[in-house]
Write a protein that binds this ligand. Structure first.
Ligand code: PMP
Length: 376
């Protein structure tokens, strides 16, 4: 079989398995329940226009036209990192092109010859890619089961120089949350544990000041590497790590997706900074978001379907790929853009709809969404 025939045959197999992906445009008339604009900033034109008013000189630039290490280290990049580090009461922060860059690049830069990695079974693909690229020995613990992670530590911690324990604060598929008190307890009990926490879906959404779940619980100082992304609640693009100065310096020297890529555009960094500084004022948006999350999960549970969500991400597990596709179409006909999530993104046999809520949903629109469940 020649190359192009093989590709076509592979795609055909995906189609037959109901796993074929296509790029779609969001139909203008549908309410978007599949994005990550959790705080509802995307269409807040007044907020955006107020930001444009602040721009002058360098921050109007649409490209850095250089990597950070050459001429891309613009003042707004430094101001953003210093602002983030100060907000978390940390030694340092470092900004990256995306969460994907961060998660694929950080671990390979930090592992040594005797590092072990323990990773939650449902960690995001970007973390898995980073673990693989690091070449370190790794074990996956059962999803959200830190007791299981502990059994690995009891068995192996002594044999390694350090053990990276990697997890997410708010899981991207099910919206369930890690028990962060139990997580930091691992570090208290095993001194060579390095905690790596991805707060992609927590930053902006949790906490009085919107700094995420670890900050809300007051355990952020125990996290060695805390990842936040700008492309979700903060409605921008890029990502950051909150860490010690020695970790930051190591990443600047060794992290390939930091070194060998163009720095983010100054205008984008300025927008991320603008939104980050505004997070403490967005408490009403967060309260509305969480209230909707709780009500949606309760509606799903009332249908006898288990729903582990504790956040703005609410799964509605259906089972087969075909049924999930049909249900998604039903919600779309009712005016809501909800997409089926299928294997390999989620485990086989657990295809689902994933509702990703946004604070700009009105009560009226949200109640219409709940009504769709009631007419099934
Ligand atoms: N981590 C998690 C948990 C995510 O869900 C995502 C994006 N879906 C990323 C990292 C990647 O972030 P980015 O989109 O900024 O590349």
């Amino acid at each position: 079989m020649d190359f192009y025939n093989r590709l076509s045959a592979d795609l055909e197999q995906l189609r037959e398995a109901g796993c074929y992906r296509t790029l779609r445009a969001l139909p203008a008339e549908l309410v978007n329940l599949s994005g990550n604009d959790y705080l509802g900033l995307l269409n807040d034109t007044a907020f955006r226009e107020a930001f444009y008013e602040t721009l002058s000189g360098e921050t109007r630039n649409l490209s850095a036209a250089s990597s950070r290490l050459l001429t891309g280290n613009v003042p707004v990049a430094i101001e953003l990192e210093e602002t983030i580090a100060a907000a978390y009461g940390a030694e340092a922060a470092l900004v990256f092109g995306s969460g994907y860059h961060a998660n694929t690049g950080i671990l390979p830069a930090l592992v040594g010859p005797k590092s072990l990695v323990l990773s939650d079974k449902l960690n995001h693909a970007s973390m898995i890619d980073g673990i693989r690229a690091s070449g370190a020995t790794f074990y996956r613990f059962r999803h959200n089961d830190l007791a299981h992670a502990r059994t690995f530590l009891e068995r192996y911690a002594q044999a390694y120089d350090e053990v990276f324990v990697m997890t997410e604060s708010v899981f991207s598929m099910d919206g369930d949350c890690t028990d962060l008190d139990a997580l930091v307890k691992l570090k208290a009990d095993f001194p060579n544990v390095i905690l790596y926490l991805d707060e992609a879906h927590g930053v902006g959404v949790f906490g009085e000041t919107g700094l995420g779940l670890a900050h809300a619980k007051g355990v952020h100082q125990s996290i060695d590497i805390l990842i936040g992304t700008f492309g979700k609640a903060l409605c921008s693009t890029g990502a950051f790590a909150v860490c010690s100065k020695v970790i930051r310096d190591t990443l600047i020297n060794k992290m390939r997706p930091f070194i060998f890529t163009t720095a983010l555009p100054p205008i984008n960094l300025a927008w991320s900074l603008y939104v980050f500084n505004a997070l403490p004022k967005m408490q009403a948006r967060r309260a509305h978001l969480h209230s909707m999350g709780e009500r949606l999960a309760a509606t799903i549970r009332a249908r006898g379907v288990d729903c582990v969500s504790e956040s703005q991400i609410v799964p509605y597990v259906i089972g087969s790929n075909e049924d999930a596709i049909a249900e998604a179409e039903r919600f779309q006909k009712a005016g809501f853009y909800v997409l089926p999530i299928r294997p390999p993104t989620v485990p086989r046999g657990t295809a689902r709809l994933r509702f990703s809520l946004s604070a700009d949903l009105s009560e009226e629109t949200f109640n219409r969404l709940l009504d769709v469940f009631h007419i099934i």
